[in-house]
Design a protein around this ligand. Sequence first.
Ligand SMILES: O=C(O)c1[nH]c(=O)[nH]c(=O)c1I
Length: 309
Amino acid sequence: TTLTANIAGFEFDDILLNAAGVYCMTTEELDQVLTAPGAGSLVTKSATPSFRAGNPAPRFTKMPLGSINSMGLPNNGLDYYLDYVITKQAVKPLFLSIAGLTKTDNLAMLHQIQASNFNGLVELNLSCPNVPGKPQTAYDFDATRAILTEVFQFYTKPLGVKLPPYFDIVHFDMVAAVLNDFPLAFVNTINSIGNALAIDPETDSVMIAPKGGFGGIGGEIVKPTALANVRALRLRLNPAIKIIGTGGVQTGRDVYEHILCGADLVSVGTNLAFEGPAIFDRLKTELLAEMAKKGYRSLADFRGNLQTL
Ligand SMILES: O=C(O)c1[nH]c(=O)[nH]c(=O)c1I
């Protein structure tokens, strides 16, 4: 049984990786994902041009059926992560995530990456929900078209975008109409469901400090939305644009369902934060068992084969 995928000519021997933001702030964390059995790649914490402290703590916490976070884009700066992926890229194909606070910052980072020895894939994060005063770019279809137009005038290495969840069929149509106009290697969907609220029953208080307690949610609670976004985009996007499915993965059956909806790779956030990198081998074992039960020997046997009634 093979668990392979190909994005922009990069062959992945395993299809699981971390979701940006989880287990990827430091080189120590990144090394744990790099060497984890069952993990086929990794993505770095979304980078800004220089170090950011991010929002005040508590800024990530467990809640019933998942997690809530308002990290505020803390990161060690682009150079830190660019050096890491260049050093390690011979091991396996790697993803470098960037999330500039302005179009200028994103373009400057991409010029630097274009000129560097990085030979992997960039994930342009257009969906951070937690920077006060900054909207999620990918909820503005004109802004999304504008930045991709400028990016592809000079950036020639493989690039994809990290998308927020959409909740309206017409919005699936509109974002796909934008993305299909560009030579994207992939989209990663979904990012957390932004600006939710969780209440501590002991204290009648919000659970995280930033933004009056508002934060992005992930984990089991977001799986139906995640599967819908993977499926909707698979049905609408040019087949050359591959899909990384993210959201609500805690079992091999969840991985299987992302693939059934059309995912090529599957990333794990909340439950990786809770369980640690050992989750990758568990998910791989459970996925193989699910495939064996169905008589499938490769992901191509069932990828995108969700049945309708
Ligand atoms: O608060 C964050 O750092 C954060 N948190 C998220 O849930 N998604 C994101 O893309 C980001 I950049």
